[in-house]
Ligand binder design. Sequence first.
Ligand code: HEC
Length: 98
Amino acid sequence: MKLALLGIAASMALLMTSQTLAADGKAVYNKSCAVCHASLSPKLGDKDAWEPRLKQGADGLVASVLKGQGVMPAKGGNTTLSEADIKAAVEYMLAQLK
Ligand code: HEC
């Protein structure tokens, strides 16, 4: 009985973790990227603007954000972000193109 309860608690904890992870990309985007990408090209959801950039793959895009590109400073200017945060934000942005 105790074990079964532990199992339920563990799977609930897992579920909650994966939900926060999925929400993270959006949260990072809203906090650190939307200030530019809501209006500047490549704009969120603008397939034509993203199309030529997609060839390098998600990893290439993440690398661009980590080191900065053009007007965009490294990590979008938020140096507290981890590589995983950037990756989640890029994945969120790419998901808006579908
Ligand atoms: C100061 C404004 C600004 C902020 C903040 C910003 N970006 Fe950008 N971003 C740009 C601009 C401008 C470009 C186009 C750069 C170029 O190709 O000259 C760009 C390009 C990109 C690209 C395409 C890179 C490539 O290789 O073509 C990605 C992906 C991206 N941004 C993601 C992000 C993410 C994720 C964040 C938040 C962590 C972010 N940006 C924050 C302005 C910004």
